[in-house]
Design a protein around this ligand. Structure first.
Ligand code: SF4
Ligand code: SF4
Ligand code: SF4
Length: 333
């Protein structure tokens, strides 16, 4: 597969060398309590305005609904009854029997309430299925290995940082919106004040108005040696920030531990480097299928098919040239 963003270490592919390890998030939704501190910390640090009037949506106790230009972290609340919980546990069990997600060796087990040391004596009986549960999940930009938004940006406003993250320079963005349709996760969005006032008048309003916006992985904090505001704020360590390889290993270990406890619904999202975006910098542990959280089950970077498209266009153009030449030669006889 030929891609505009290479799969072997995105920062190195972008010419940064190996000075920095790839950074990312591991978001363990099994220990999220839905406090939304991450969402608020992100807004506060990035001075992003509120979405709506803090009114509850009606479909759940959520009040922001989705990721967008002003909400770079979004905590989803998903209500589930006993039947759906049973289905999630069963679908997770099937994933394991298929060998997915890959479950690696156990780590020292420092996350959440894991028992320390040998788990061989752990009771593996599935826990009683509750009649009701909340799934809380803090979603964010995936900082894809092969990022569609970055591939298609015509101005170079989106760049790959030395940490492997994908960052928008809003003073370079011209607001064309090409990136919006190239993101398979629906993350990036243009900031909009609800009017169609001319873009040239940007300086009269918020200078970011009309430009594409999304999580920067707190690039401005990383260059100062600080961790992102959202992970630093999370009280349960549901969001952890660090070296991508270490986080992915932790995530696999956590899935293995949950399975040991009978929670076969636990699975990883974004940890497979062979998926349609080459894996993601933001890895998630989910307790149900991705669609339940509003995530695409099989995301594909749209530029993946460009080489094939160009090849077909070339063949078509060559055929047309040949046809014109034949017709020209035929008319001279
Ligand atoms: S999730 Fe979307 S916005 Fe984020 S890096 Fe991937 S393609 Fe770009
Ligand atoms: S890394 Fe920074 S910009 Fe991204 S969601 Fe967290 S606080 Fe917001
Ligand atoms: S991820 Fe952490 S900070 Fe965000 S809602 Fe969950 S527990 Fe709260």
């Amino acid at each position: 597969m030929t891609l505009l963003s290479g799969p072997d270490g995105p920062a190195a592919e972008a010419g940064w060398g190996h000075e920095h390890e790839r950074k990312g998030f591991f978001t363990d939704t099994s220990i999220c309590i839905g406090c939304k501190a991450c969402e608020v910390a992100c807004k506060e640090w990035n001075r992003n305005p509120i979405d709506g009037n803090l009114e509850i949506l009606g479909s759940s106790y959520d009040n922001t609904g989705e990721l967008g230009a002003n909400t770079w972290r979004h905590v989803a609340f998903v209500e589930q009854g006993q039947e759906r919980i049973d289905q999630a546990r069963e679908s997770g069990r099937k994933l394991v029997s298929l060998g997915m997600p890959g479950i690696g060796p156990k780590s020292s087990g420092t996350r959440g309430a894991l028992p320390a040391g040998d788990l061989s004596s752990t009771d593996r009986t599935p826990p009683d299925t509750p009649e009701f549960r909340w799934l809380m999940s803090s979603d964010v930009c995936k900082h894809c290995t092969n990022a569609g938004c970055l591939d298609v940006c015509p101005t170079g406003a989106i760049f790959r940082s030395e940490y492997g993250s994908v960052v928008v320079q809003q003073d370079v963005c011209n607001g064309c919106g090409t990136c919006v349709s190239a993101c398979p996760f629906g993350v990036i969005e243009r900031r909009d004040d609800g009017t169609i006032s001319p873009f040239a008048h940007r300086e009269e309003k918020d200078e970011r108005m009309g430009t594409a916006s999304k999580c920067t992985l707190c690039y401005d904090r990383l260059v100062d040696g600080e961790e992102p505001a959202c992970s630093a704020t999370c009280p349960t360590q549901s969001i952890t920030f660090g070296d991508h390889d270490d986080l992915t290993a932790d995530a696999r270990s956590r899935v293995a531990d949950l399975h040991e406890r009978g929670m076969t619904e636990a699975r990883l999202y974004g940890a497979n480097p062979k998926d349609g975006v080459g894996g993601t910098g933001s890895v998630f542990l989910l307790l149900d299928e991705p669609e339940v959280y509003g995530l695409p089950p099989d995301p594909q970077v749209p530029t993946k098919s460009l080489p094939r498209t160009y090849a077909r266009a070339g063949i078509a153009a060559a055929g047309m040239v040949a046809a014109v030449a034949l017709s020209f030669l035929g008319s001279r006889r």
